[in-house]
Design a protein around this ligand. Sequence first.
Ligand code: ZN
Length: 340
Amino acid sequence: MLFETTIAGSLPKPAWLAEPNKLWAPWKSSGAALLDAKRDATVLALKEQEDAGIDIVTEGEQSRQHFVHGFLENVAGIDFANKVEMGIRNDRYKAMVPQVTGELKLKGRVHEYEARIARAHTKRKLKFTMPGPMTIIDTIADRHYGDRVKMAMAFAKLLNQEARALEADGVDVIQFDEPAFNVYMDEVTQWGIDALHVAVGGLSCTTAVHICYGYGIEANVAWKQTLGDEWRQYQDIFPALAKSRIQQVSLEARNSKVPMDLIGLLEGKDILLGTIDVATDQIEMPEEVCAVIEQAMRYVPKDRIFPGTNCGMAPMKREIAFAKLAALSKGAALARERYS
Ligand code: ZN
């Protein structure tokens, strides 16, 4: 089937699980009650995607507070009690971040709970997302390794350990989120892709990397205004990604100033095409989703296009996010009608 749909990863959480409409939202319960709530929210997230007609579903990141720290919480060698302020994404915004204080090691499985629930409750293809090594080291302070690349490679090994286990749990696609790739373009070619290769080592499932311009939060919206009329960050990194072993690239296109011809640089890769803007509450028309697909078809073969969202939907209103999923699915169906 042409134009199978998917999402970048996260969905908003129900208000009974965590405070709605914000990042880093505190949980509403703890202990066994929280585990139960996460389970229920995971099943609901799958159901909402299936009902909307999404083909490759995720667990909506319902079991993690934040897309990076959900992974870090299960890593030994990190001091969460003493956070320090750090500039993130080349000082685009400041955040209080934990510190690496010793050798990094997984405490155990990271995402087994939600991966197994998700696998048991959907027959659709299941994608699982984790933060990429470069994005992780840009979101945590180092008091141990003394070298960014060394620390990134240490994280990449842990990601690989969890990725292999997720594959054994029955996950079909493993995606690493690397918004930092759009900021440190030189480092992507110097070591960022090497680190991703470590993270996907030995996997036989489909592998993907998500590179976007961030959630629709204020700091990102302001940053985008400094990027000029054409966003050409992808131009610096796509040629190297095309040569990489990563099979799919999830990127931003809808309402974006990225020139569409840049996706032509990703020869041989599947394009997880952002056809839904997560920075506005305006619901796309199916025709608008289809129009983005049509633009992309000028530069990549249609059987390599997988319509999706520009980025995660975690901070959005639920009803808006679900309406956007339906629009995505209808837009893809329209394209299928026209070009199958
Ligand atoms: Zn994103």
